[in-house]
Design a protein around this ligand. Structure first.
Ligand code: 2DT
Ligand code: MG
Length: 199
């Protein structure tokens, strides 16, 4: 039986990485299935290091070039993701192609241009989207502003791009202003159904 490909998307400071970690622990400890987390950008590869210094503001990249590096960083992981899934390991992606498209569109690029390099990457079986109706509350959270994209004006556009161009009926929309346990309970209900359907 193959593993599922699960991805977490959303705005900055919505607690994605916390939920990803809790979800991994749930699948492994409660559903007893092996699970691997892959965080994108993967800042450990040479391309990822370039992305990291760009996000921290210590180097400059054009919008187009940064977009292509984020995408290349996913292509670096394609074989690994496909191999894990084929071996029956569940993969949880902490951001994926939709971040690539939403953030780059918010920075002014066209949908077609942004989505073309994503064609051919593995398709997720389930997508969680963490968002907030009152986005201003996210800007008040600790550490907001650490990286170059964490500015309110861009974040407002990112939300619009996700919600006007990317979100599909089968995405699971999560209100990130709820507490961690409540959010995790919602995620557990959904993921259990999807994983059981694959058995
Ligand atoms: P984290 O804060 O989750 O590490 O993300 N981003 C991410 C893009 O602009 N394009 C992409 O393809 C990806 C994966 C979102 C760092 C920032 O990088 C943005 C926030
Ligand atoms: Mg961040």
């Amino acid at each position: 039986m193959r593993g599922i490909l699960n991805c977490f998307e959303g705005l900055d400071r919505t607690g994605k990485s916390t939920q990803v970690q809790l979800t991994k622990e749930f699948i492994e400890n409660q559903l007893l299935k092996p699970t691997v987390v892959i965080r994108l950008p993967d800042r450990t590869t040479p391309i990822g290091q370039q992305i990291n210094s760009f996000l921290q503001g210590t180097s400059n990249l054009s919008i187009e070039l940064s977009h292509l590096l984020f995408s290349a960083n996913r292509w670096e992981l394609k074989d690994k993701i496909e191999k894990l899934i084929s071996q029956g390991v569940n993969v949880i992606l902490d951001r994926y192609s939709y971040s690539g498209i939403a953030y780059s569109m918010a920075r002014g690029l066209e949908y077609q241009w942004c989505s073309a390099p994503e064609n051919g990457l593995p398709k997720p079986d389930i997508i969680f989207y963490l968002t907030a109706n009152d986005q201003e509350k996210l800007f008040q959270r600790g550490e907001f502003g650490n990286e170059i994209f964490e500015v309110p004006e861009l974040q407002r556009k990112v939300k619009q791009m996700y919600e006007n161009n990317l979100i599909e009926d089968d995405w699971i929309v999560i209100n990130a202003l709820e507490n961690i346990e409540f959010v995790q309970t919602e995620i557990r209900k959904k993921i259990t159904i999807v994983i059981n359907n694959f058995d």
